[in-house]
Design a protein around this ligand. Structure first.
Ligand code: SF4
Length: 417
């Protein structure tokens, strides 16, 4: 989501006549589009911002902007005025569209601007898309779920869906421009339409997008297991949908899921996985896991570990729980010591690596509809490279690729005519 927001900021600045540079020394304006979802990301952002102090001394005209969810926090770890002195403009998640005006104002009066006001209306910005094949499209902003570990509802507000017609028009344009993957974005895409007071649902949106003509596929993230409806599962088998689904489980223990306020239990999650696999047998499933949530006993952790072995995910993103100030979990009793969290996360990652090796052997002699991204590389819907035995000129085209051999973890395949 932040990547796409950065793409929008780039468009806004380029429209003002600026050019992108990755070198701080060459820049007139340095922008930090921050994320505070995890403590590590927030600390890294703060330390990178502070590193600009010396550059600011050398270049008095340099303008430093800090935006994204870090300044939007209700109980910020860093006060945007007192602690982030190096920043000239600080703006929250609701007002990126005001950045142009703020820059102009700052150039004239050189007075620090801080604006983290919450605007009800979303102003949709155009984006400069960095990726040649994938285009991100926001469909819903904010989140109503209040998982007890998560800061998102506090920094991104309640759910606001975009109008279906606007999304369809944007996707039609992107497909006409040649994008091959359209990735729909939302904190919980399954909630799409609930706030629109019309017939819009996520399943209907997907079905309508699948009707758009062109050689492209649709992905989405992120999907909350409690809201993944049978209607959405039915659309997953459409050939315009990628054969990949990210479904964060977070924990395999019902006790921990309850403490996390995830509003589903393990049985419900397993029933969804089984319905999805029945509807789309070759689908690749990935997940997020939080290890060491407050109160997680060895037994709770083993339930998560067993789940990893049972589902055999194609990809697992496992994170150590980190306290986020202002969230209920931050003050929960029985915080798990770091050493134990670290051991647990490593155990999960090691197990997952072993599973991936076994899964790779199962790719042999199977055929995947892939995008050719280089003369000798095809990409599966789940983001796995297959090296082509013979080079092709059909770059940017979907082709069926049969996996012929496996060397280590590398797959080799041939185009199937
Ligand atoms: S659904 Fe996702 S974004 Fe919303 S509160 Fe839960 S973890 Fe955070």
């Amino acid at each position: 989501m932040n990547v796409h927001e950065s793409e929008k900021i780039c468009r806004l600045l380029e429209d003002m006549g600026m050019q992108k540079t990755d070198k701080n020394d060459d820049a007139d304006v340095v922008i930090f589009n921050t994320c505070c979802i995890r403590e590590g990301a927030e600390n890294r952002a703060f330390s990178n911002i502070m590193k600009l102090k010396s550059l600011k001394i050398r270049n008095k005209d340099l303008i430093v902007v800090v935006c994204g969810c870090m300044p939007q926090q209700k109980n910020p770890k860093y006060d945007p005025i007192k602690d982030i002195k190096v920043a000239d403009i600080v703006l929250g998640t609701y007002n990126t569209h005001l950045l142009g005006e703020m820059l102009k104002r700052f150039v004239i009066d050189r007075k620090k601007i801080v604006d983290t006001n919450e605007y009800i209306e979303n102003i949709e910005l155009d984006a400069i898309r960095d990726d040649k094949y994938n285009a991100y499209v926001n469909i819903i902003y904010g989140c109503n779920n209040f998982c007890t570990y998560c800061v998102v509802p506090y920094v991104r507000g309640r759910e606001r869906s975009r109008k279906m017609g606007d999304i369809l028009n944007e996707v039609k344009i992107l497909v006409a421009q040649g994008y091959k993957y359209i990735t729909l974005l939302g904190q919980n895409v399954n909630s799409y339409g609930k706030d629109l007071n019309d017939e819009s649902t996520f399943a209907i949106l997907l079905a309508n997008l699948c009707e758009i003509e062109g050689d492209f596929k649709i992905k989405f993230m992120t999907s909350h297991p409690k809201d993944l409806s049978d209607d959405v599962i039915n659309v997953l088998s459409n050939k315009k949908m990628v054969r990949a689904l990210h479904l964060p489980v977070q924990s395999g223990s019902d006790k921990i899921l309850k403490l996390m306020n995830r509003k589903y239990d393990l049985n419900h999650y397993l029933s969804i996985i089984s319905k999805v696999r029945k509807a789309v047998p070759d689908i690749a499933i990935s997940t997020d896991i939080i290890v060491g949530f407050p109160g997680e006993t060895e037994e709770d952790f083993e339930s998560t570990f067993d789940l990893i072995k049972k589902i055999k995910y194609n990809q697992v993103f496992a994170y150590i729980y980190s306290k986020r100030s202002g969230t209920p979990a931050c003050n929960m009793a029985d915080q798990v010591p770091y050493k134990i969290k670290n051991e647990r996360v490593n155990k999960i990652l090691n197990e997952h690596r072993a599973i991936v090796e076994i899964l790779s052997t199962q790719y042999l002699n199977k055929t995947f509809n892939c995008l050719i991204i280089k003369p000798n590389v095809a990409l599966t819907d789940a983001g796995k490279d297959i090296l082509l035995k013979e080079k092709t000129k059909q770059i940017g085209v979907f082709k069926n690729i049969e996996v012929k051999s496996l060397v280590g973890k590398t797959l080799f395949g041939e185009i199937k005519e």
